[in-house]
Design a protein around this ligand. Structure first.
Ligand SMILES: O=C(O)CCC(=O)C(=O)O
Length: 269
């Protein structure tokens, strides 16, 4: 056991470093999960301009019109902010980074029955954390399966460079970017129980298929973090937050990324 690790075993740290992801159990109590359920059930009933803009009258042609993802709930809801800074999650991140983590983003996906997935992509294409990388903490609020459109990961692509995306199939993905996995690498499902947290590296290719069930939502609370020694991030993720809830600002990353400066990579991830 490495003395400097707070919560992970050396084996878990090695898995993250070689595969690009790990699933950690037991970071949330059922009481925490119930509080998250209640908070986002309440949010789903109203419009929050700029962050959650459902079409309340939507007929059922696209279930995501009624239940789009909630963007940056920590900017308008204290419970979301508290769970973005959930200490057991920050402790894992500190082990993964080898330094303190700063919270950059929160999101909540309802992913109702029948809704499209999110094509394969790489998070640090959007967040542009430098030097260092972003890490996602993807918490399953419902069990995540292949059938209900749980998360897919392409192992070891954490070693793959950030590439300029192609166009996604809009019949299957609600986002427009698609990153093709390297030859001979395939996406595999991360099967998770309610409350499990999947941590993955910002270069890792990941995404999700359609929710093929007729009656199950596939809810997830998703946060992205930067290492405290990073100096730059894309402008959409500022300010960041320290564990004590205070805001901290990094410089805006002027780098256009692998597509060049003309490319619209500002789509809010
Ligand atoms: O939860 C999903 O379906 C996709 C989420 C995702 O890819 C992300 O947050 O980067």
């Amino acid at each position: 056991m490495n003395e400097t690790l707070r919560t992970l075993t050396l084996e878990q740290l090695n898995q993250f470093q070689t595969e690009g992801y790990i699933i950690v159990k037991g970071l949330y109590s059922e009481e925490d999960l119930q509080r998250i359920d209640d908070t986002f059930n309440e949010i789903s009933k109203s419009v929050v301009p700029g962050y959650f803009e459902p079409d309340m009258s939507a007929s059922t042609d696209d279930p995501l019109k009624r239940y789009p993802r909630v963007m940056h709930p920590h900017r308008f809801n204290d419970t979301a902010k508290a769970y973005m800074l959930h200490k057991p999650v920050l402790d894992v991140l500190e082990d993964l980074y080898g330094e303190e983590a700063l919270a950059a983003q929160s999101m909540y996906y309802y992913k109702p029955p029948g809704s499209r997935g999110q094509a394969l992509h790489q998070d640090n294409f959007y967040l542009q954390v430098e030097p260092g990388n972003c890490i996602a903490a993807w918490t399953a609020i419902d069990p995540a399966t292949l059938e209900n459109g749980g998360l897919l990961v392409v192992p070891k692509t954490s070693e793959y460079e950030i590439v300029c995306p192609e166009l996604a199939d809009s019949n299957e993905s609600f986002t427009t970017h698609y990153v093709k996995p390297p030859k001979d690498e395939a996406a595999i499902p991360a099967i998770m129980d309610r409350g499990d947290v999947l941590f993955f590296n910002g270069n890792l290719i990941h995404g999700s298929y359609r929710n093929k069930t007729k009656d199950q939502f596939r809810r997830a609370f998703i946060c992205h973090y930067a290492n405290a020694s990073a100096t730059h991030i894309s402008q959409h993720y500022r300010p960041l937050f320290r564990a004590d809830g205070t805001a901290i600002d990094l410089e805006v990353n002027p780098d256009g990324g692998p597509c060049g400066i003309e490319f619209d990579n500002v789509y809010p991830h």
